[in-house]
Ligand binder design. Structure first.
Ligand code: K2U
Ligand code: ZN
Length: 175
């Protein structure tokens, strides 16, 4: 049973660091971090989590899309570890969507993201993966990649008016 990890919150300097590349993917400590990150995101009802959010400044995150109230059409996918991830191509099209963050509780923001991206990363077995992502999964990838570069979704909203409380957000999506 992997352990639940404490999630670093806004103001913790680790969230503003540039994370370090992962060199030894098969290392037992890294594999344990992957398992604990998946456990922690699942317990927090997250659809993603980045290593800096559990105070490990490495270039690694988990994407675990599933249908949810705001994105009912989101694909259900197995939690996937993405190591040393990068965007290798992207659409010109940019779409705005509501995001939350486990490190910024109680806040939601309307964030512009590329609608489609081509990405490369190593999986937890060290295999290089190349994938094309769209819509909600592309959004999660871009949100998590920002975490590896010390960027939070609140930095990307175009106006402070695009930030709302969780309570107002729930009112918004049920109206
Ligand atoms: O903090 C995180 O990195 C987890 C994020 C993942 C996410 C980023 C962008 C857009 C949606 C999700 C969320 O806090 S997980 C909670 C959540 C779940 C579904 C929809 C929105 C937020
Ligand atoms: Zn986040």
């Amino acid at each position: 049973m992997a352990e639940l990890l404490e999630i670093a919150k806004l103001g913790n300097p680790i969230l503003r660091q540039i994370a370090q590349p992962v060199s030894n993917i098969t290392d037992a400590t890294l594999q344990a971090l992957i398992d604990s990150s998946i456990e922690t995101a699942t317990a927090a009802n997250g659809v993603g989590i980045a290593a800096p959010q559990v105070s490990q400044s490495y270039r690694l995150f988990i994407v675990a899309s599933r249908p949810n109230p705001r994105y009912p059409d989101a694909p259900l996918m197995e939690a996937t570890a993405m190591i040393n991830p990068k965007i290798v191509a992207r659409s010109d099209e940019i779409v705005k969507g509501w995001e939350g963050c486990l490190s910024v509780p109680g806040v939601r923001g309307l964030v512009p993201r590329y609608r489609a991206i081509a990405v490369e990363y190593s999986d937890r077995y060290g295999n290089l993966q190349h994938q094309e992502l769209t819509d909600f999964v592309a959004r999660i990838f871009q949100h998590e990649l920002d975490h590896l570069n010390g960027i939070l979704f609140v930095d990307r909203v175009e106006s402070d008016r695009d930030l709302v409380t969780e309570e107002e957000y729930q009112r918004l999506i049920s109206s």
